[in-house]
Design a binder for this molecule. Structure first.
Ligand code: MG
Length: 116
């Protein structure tokens, strides 16, 4: 039996994979505003699965029950938007981690609502 190869692209590689796919199969990127709407739509689809899997809603017969599918859809459109806006997601993520660490270094640790 053939062993499945690990697929662990970096954010930069994921951005490049999406760009290659768009240029090969997608003709061109949808406009930034169209992709913004698509991102919102995919976030809604993720919310739908989450509310049915972990919340009080129930699934209809034949409905997607796998949040990972919608998470990947969200990631896909986000990668498109990053490419279209010249965003280096690795660098942006690094800055975000730094910002959150500085801003929230003690905030959550000192939140009594979070302690067990
Ligand atoms: Mg979807």
């Amino acid at each position: 039996m053939e062993e499945k190869q690990a697929f662990s692209p970096t954010l930069a590689e994921a951005q490049r994979l999406v760009d290659d796919w768009i240029k090969t199969y997608g003709v061109r990127y949808f406009s930034e505003l169209t992709n913004m709407a698509c991102l919102t739509e995919e976030v809604g689809e993720l919310a739908r699965v989450m509310s049915r899997k972990y919340g009080d809603q129930s699934f209809k017969a034949g409905e997607n029950t796998d949040p990972s599918e919608e998470m990947a859809d969200v990631l896909w459109v986000l990668l498109c938007l990053a490419n279209q806006t010249g965003t280096d997601l690795s660098e942006a993520f690094r800055r975000s981690l730094e910002k959150k660490t500085k801003r929230d270094a003690t905030r959550h640790l000192n939140n009594p609502k979070l302690s067990h």
